[in-house]
Write a protein that binds this ligand. Sequence first.
Ligand SMILES: [Mn+2]
Length: 198
Amino acid sequence: MVEWGAATFALPGQPDSGDRYVVAPFGSGVLAAGIDGLGHGDEAAAAAQLAAGILERSPHESVIALVRRCHEQLRSTRGVVMSLATFTSLDETMTWIGVGNVEGRLKRAARDVTPLSEFLLLRAGVVGSQLPMLQAAVLPVSPGDTLVFATDGVALPTALEVVADERPQALADRILAKQRKGTDDALVLVVRWVGAPR
Ligand SMILES: [Mn+2]
């Protein structure tokens, strides 16, 4: 259903990155997430790891239910910001949501559709301490459409170029190499919808 790749950078001297990603398939779809634990070091990494584990255990659940569960279970941590997307083959849609500032873009493979890029609506908040009103958006997806999640250690350009035949891993590596700020942990996750299984 998807091809994907991820590129990460941990600040020198930090044993663990506070940025994590999840790509978790389930019966009719795939859950993808970009997570940024607040702050740096062990506590940031622990919060992000806890959130990732919650998502990996229940990838079939709605993104709103997952954000709520993470919020409840991360109350004793520093918290995370995160963006989630669920692709489903049932109706070929992607449902996404963002709390905090993990940016999300969906780049269309077709050149004759408008708009060519969708931007994830981010609502200010911290999962684990301060949730905004949760609102997920549902978008139809077609084969080749490409999702990019990037944490704030990456300066994702507004006019992000995605080449249709560039592999997701190569794309993630290229974005991280070019756009990494170097002052924070950084993560780029690229997930390309390749179509419903036949
Ligand atoms: Mn960060």
